[in-house]
Design a protein around this ligand. Structure first.
Ligand code: DPP
Ligand code: ZN
Length: 843
């Protein structure tokens, strides 16, 4: 397969004045007729007329009305064209029903749907399928489905036909079409300039009672983008469609967002609080793309973070405004560390703006998304809120309707601030997580913080330069009062010191408040100082972080030295979780233990080969100790929601998360009595699933598991939870067996990405089970990936990331994993997606 390089970018030789598409829908023989007005692009030097096309049967083609036979070339076709504007016409045939890759036009449960990002449009018709070619589309759909949707505004809605016109120029990856028997949940929104917009959420019959929450989230998002960024919606209609078979979470197609049903359908009985929170965030994310992604898009796929990092940042701020910034920030850091730091530490590490790729689908990563969002947060912290908003306004004004680059984005901020962002820009080009070492000196009322930054080598990048690191610091006096409020230190050198003068007594420094930069802070700090910060810091992230470090150190000592759990940790968490003055959601977060994967990475970083079984045993042992230590407090902390009072808001969700955290410890003491009764009484999925989870993780719950299946066998999304919970809570020596058995369950199918992930995503997330010494889980996952690859390369490639941490483990495990990876790679006709991923993991 061919490697594509950022440095090789050249503009396309033609611009497009208009696109007219006609779809004659048929499950195995859909006809797509295209009429495209091209004109030479004066800005381009390469005049080759190449159109992408894959898996298309060409029926006919014509240029300016005269039939032509284009030349077939790798990945598409070429033709000789006039040196003046011309009209290209083509008719192709495609087969949506047999399209299991879920890319292009495909069928899912009897409905037609599309997914074109990144390069799916080339499976629909011949086209310059690249984001820098933007055009105005008119789409005619002929089909006997009652609902026929595409982008833009409806022009004609008749029997068996619909015509849609999208006035905003867009790249092909934002094209969408949906046809099926769908029911809408309608509403409307009046924009700040008084324009009324029709809103719809379209679902399969039976799901119409699960749309109200998503609709509220959409309206809040529309309002928030007006209030916070001054961005207004720009069409007469905004449609959202729920689709069962979908590779991603959702897709921001212009005016027609398509969602994985798991990311939009919500109800008290079937969705957990975490589902509600995620749905609200994803609806916002896709809506926000209308400006950051659609109106202004990416010049090429190397710039993916331009729209994704920024839009993730925007959805994070939205969720913080809707819920709690403190809790949201802690959750973001947990995800960043679990996914992005993990990626950055292994063979798949890559810059936020990669320099080359084989298959772009492999770069929809935690690095592009989550680290991309952190970069926006750092930029804002460095230049301040006002300059950030001014820079955004300038970016929107200057580039509306264009396909641009990271350089264009940064130039807007350089202009409004007069700053040179050249060094800052390295956050986009340098892979790897910077290590920030800190020491302190205290002399004559002055506290000096000395920092050193280094970034370890990553694939293809041995040498690293110092980066710009905003370090938010506050100082707490010995009596617990804050003596210096949060100050942002701007580190630009490899080594740098910052001094705070005129201090009476030596304060304790609270460093990297709000996790002000995506770095690993290495700081000598004793348990007493941590406990002091945990009790007195004004920064919620730091208090949580201190609790987390105490927990981690305790676990590491238990794993490495068979130490007993540290009293400092046990006392500290008791103080926080029983403190009724604090937010229950925050207390629940402090209650949670670090993940096994996190502990494995920490051990590896300390030069110790992680033993997954030992990690599991230590964590289980600590769970029992915490349960006993807090046995008096648990019954009061466990407070089930009064039947009939459920609300899916931050307040209710926080209360339930603390209560359920308590329940999971209680289940270790009471033989499952409290959980069993909650399971029977709960009127919401959060508590029903939480009770079942508590039972399963205490080794109980067999009959509840059966009852759950009987109750929910007809609900696809709830059944995904049923599959996941069993694999996630299986004992290390049983995990592969449980997953294997579930893969033979009549409701299992590898054609539905949600179901496949429910079982095999859960298997790879069960750390001790996946890495069990028998190697059974490695083999099972490899078998599954090999059979999935020919159906759905995108999901196969993504899930092969389960092996990305293989170099952490002992020689036996490494040998077994290498065997499986090589076996996958030797599969005949392995997809480009999986070939690239597995090769990178092995290298
Ligand atoms: N649908 C994916 C997202 O919104 C890709 N654009 O992030
Ligand atoms: Zn996105």
């Amino acid at each position: 397969p061919q490697t594509i390089h950022l440095k090789d970018y050249t503009p396309f030789g033609y611009r497009i004045d208009s696109v007219e598409l006609t779809f004659k829908l048929h499950p195995t023989a859909t006809r797509v007729i295209s009429k495209i007005a091209f004109a030479p692009n004066p800005a381009a030097s390469d005049t080759r007329f190449f159109l992408h096309g894959e898996e298309l049967e060409l029926i006919s083609a014509a240029i300016d009305g005269a039939p032509v036979i284009p030349r077939k070339v790798e990945g598409g076709i070429e033709a000789d064209v006039p040196d003046a504007p011309f009209v290209w016409e083509a008719e192709v045939e495609i087969s949506p029903e047999t399209n299991t890759a879920l890319e292009g036009l495909y069928m899912s449960n009897g409905m037609y749907s599309t997914q074109c990002e990144a390069e799916g449009f080339r499976k629909i018709t011949f086209y310059p399928d690249r984001p820098d070619v933007m055009a105005v589309f008119t789409v005619r759909i002929e089909g006997d489905q009652p609902v026929l949707l595409s982008n833009g505004n409806p022009v004609e809605r008749g029997d068996g036909v619909a015509v849609w016109h999208d006035p905003w120029p867009k790249p092909s990856y934002l094209f969408a079409l949906v046809a099926g028997e769908l029911i809408n949940h309608p509403d409307s929104f009046t924009t700040k300039s008084g324009k009324e917009v029709e809103l719809n959420i379209w679902v399969r019959p039976g799901d119409e009672d699960k749309c109200a929450f998503g609709m509220e989230a959409l309206k809040k998002s529309m309002k928030w983008d007006e209030d916070t960024y001054g961005r207004e919606y720009d069409l007469d209609i905004f449609n959202i469609v729920a689709v069962d078979d979908f590779n991603m979470g959702a897709m921001e197609n212009k005016g027609l967002n398509i969602f994985n049903s798991s990311c939009v359908l919500a109800s008290q009985a079937t969705s957990t609080d975490a589902n509600f929170e995620r749905i609200e965030g994803i609806i916002a994310h896709e809506y926000f793309h209308n400006w950051t992604g659609n109106r202004i898009t990416c010049r090429d796929w190397f710039q993916l973070c331009l729209k994704e990092g920024l839009t993730v940042y925007r959805d994070q701020m939205f969720s913080g405004d809707m819920r709690s910034h403190a809790v949201k920030r802690i959750e973001e850091v947990m995800i960043l560390r679990a996914r992005q730091f993990r990626e950055d530490n292994g063979p798949l590490a890559h810059p936020v703006r990669p320099e080359s790729f084989v298959e772009i689908n492999n770069f929809y990563t935690a690095t592009v998304y989550e680290k991309g969002a952190e970069i926006i947060g750092m930029l804002r912290r460095l230049i301040g809120d006002e300059a950030y908003r001014k820079g955004c306004d300038l970016y929107f004004d200057r580039h509306d309707g264009e396909a641009v680059t990271i350089e264009d984005w940064l130039a807007s901020f350089e202009e409004v601030t007069g700053r040179d962002l050249a060094q800052f820009k390295q956050w986009y080009s340098q892979a790897g997580t910077p290590r920030l070492k800190m020491s302190e000196t205290w002399e004559d009322g002055a506290l000096t913080l000395n920092f050193t930054q280094t970034t370890p080598p990553t694939p293809g990048q041995k040498e690293k330069n110092p980066q710009v690191i905003p370090i938010a610091v506050g100082l707490i006096g010995p009596n617990g009062d804050e003596v210096v409020p949060t100050t942002v230190l701007e580190m630009t050198e490899a080594e740098q010191s910052f001094t705070f003068e005129g201090l009476g007594a030596r304060p304790v420094a609270s460093v990297l408040r709000d996790f002000s930069a995506p770095v690993i802070l290495e700081r000598e700090i004793d348990d007493a100082t941590r406990a002091f910060l945990l009790a007195h810091d004004t920064d919620p992230f730091q208090t949580w972080e201190m609790g987390r470090m105490l927990a981690k150190d305790t676990l590491i000592a238990m794993i490495v030295r068979d130490a007993a759990p540290a009293p400092a940790y046990l006392d500290a968490i008791r103080a926080v979780v029983t403190d009724e003055t604090q937010d229950p959601a925050f207390r629940a977060l402090v209650f949670g233990l670090p993940s096994q994967d996190d502990l494995a990475q920490t051990l590896f970083d300390a030069g110790i080969t992680p033993d997954p079984q030992k990690i599991y045993d230590a964590r289980e042992s600590l769970r029992h100790t915490v349960a006993r230590h807090l046995s008096d407090a648990l019954p009061t902390l466990f407070r089930p929601t009064e039947p009939g009072t459920f609300t899916p808001d931050a307040e209710g969700s926080g209360r339930r998360s603390l209560s359920l955290a308590a329940l999971s410890y209680l289940a270790l003491l009471d033989g499952g009595a409290a959980a069993t009764s909650l399971f029977a009484q709960a009127d919401n999925m959060t508590e029903q699933a939480g009770a079942l989870q508590a039972l399963l993780s205490a080794g109980l719950g067999t009959s509840e598991l059966q009852a759950f299946e009987a109750q929910w066998k007809d609900d696809r999304l709830v059944m995904d939870k049923w599959f996941t919970m069993q694999v996630a809570s299986a004992a290390p020596d049983k995990a592969a067996e449980v997953a294997e058995a579930l893969s033979h369950h009549p409701a299992f199918t590898n054609k539905n990405p949600n179901r496949f992930r429910a079982v095999f995503g859960a298997l790879s997330a069960n750390h001790a089970g996946f890495h069990h010494a028998s190697g059974a889980a490695y083999k099972l996952l490899a078998d599954q990936l090999i059979s999935l690859d020919s159906l759905n390369p995108q999901i196969t490639a993504r899930m092969s990331g389960a092996f990305e941490t293989w170099k952490r483990y002992d020689a036996d495990r490494q040998g077994m994993i290498r065997t499986e990876l090589e076996r996958i790679l030797a599969t005949p006709n392995l997809s480009r997606d999986t070939t690239e991923m597995v090769s990178r993991i092995l290298s």
